[in-house]
Design a protein around this ligand. Structure first.
Ligand SMILES: [Ca+2]
Length: 273
């Protein structure tokens, strides 16, 4: 039982020397299983296992996502009678995992692609002085959308459960998608039971007719959100939760609940979408 572990240790040392950029992969025994560990600050790596030994290695990613606990990534692997070889490999696919399907298909540790997203969570975890990463999310939807519009390759906002209040209607840029239902921990797990609410004035979200819009050909998705518009206050005004107007790109709303407030007399109406 100890021999496979020893072999793995030797290879990991050799591997770390050849690939200086990769963090060192450590291991420990945990309740009769083997736990692979690496620093929690090293985002974007996944564990691969070789099924062909070391003479003719065939590296395949391990499908299970690592958990980030106490400042380190941990991944428990089965201990059987055969030898096992593991390495850390950098995840290079940009856009390789579409969020919202509750699966981590590119092995970077979250449902989605952390390299493409701005992260948003309620305070105190979220803070608009942060840079919007998994460990340092921002706190307001307005600022998250601003970052997603301006930071290269970051077109998505991943939003933790909680309520985000808008003081004014928010017009979404033409290539920014919003994904709710994350859990708001540093692991950024996702579950259908998590409720992410965007509440705003009588008009809350607006899509289309963005000033100076540049179309990148990216579909826009709103996933796992509850949008609540306030009652209209101006006489005759309507309450509109999501307004879509003059759209030149595709938008999809998935698993969203949209609630308009009451229209104001005389003749104001209530429009969810
Ligand atoms: Ca992923």
């Amino acid at each position: 039982m100890t021999i496979p572990i020893l072999r793995a240790a030797i290879f990991l040392f050799w591997s770390a020397r050849l690939m200086a950029a990769a963090p060192e992969l450590g291991f420990r025994n945990s309740s009769g299983q083997t736990q692979l560990v690496w620093p929690g600050t090293q985002l974007g790596f996944r564990v691969e296992a070789s099924v062909g030994g070391l003479k003719s290695p065939v590296w395949q990613p391990i499908q299970e996502a690592a958990s980030r606990i106490d400042g380190e990534y941990r991944l428990t692997v089965p201990r059987d009678s055969g030898m096992a070889f593991y390495r850390l490999a950098q995840v290079t696919e940009i856009g390789g995992d579409t969020p919202g399907d509750f699966a981590d298909s590119n092995g970077d540790g979250i449902d989605g692609d952390f390299s493409r997203a701005v992260f948003l969570a309620p305070p105190p975890f979220g803070n608009d002085r942060n840079s919007g990463t998994m460990q340092f999310p921002v706190a307001t939807l307005e600022h998250a959308v601003e970052l997603a519009e301006t930071v290269p390759l970051k077109h998505d906002v991943y939003i933790a459960q909680g309520e985000y209040g808008l003081r004014a209607p928010l017009r979404l840029p033409p290539h920014v998608s919003l994904f709710g239902q994350f859990d708001g921990t540093t692991n950024w797990g996702i579950a259908a039971r998590n409720v992410t609410t965007i509440s705003g004035p009588a008009t809350t979200l607006i899509l289309g007719e963005y000033p100076g819009e540049v179309l990148l050909g990216l579909p826009v998705r709103l996933v796992g959100l509850t949008v609540i518009a306030a009652d209209a206050t101006e006489p005759g005004g309507s309450s509109k939760a999501v307004v879509i107007k003059g759209l030149k790109y595709s938008v999809s709303l998935e698993r969203c609940q949209i609630y308009a407030g009451k229209g104001a007399a005389p003749g104001g109406s209530s429009y969810g979408l």
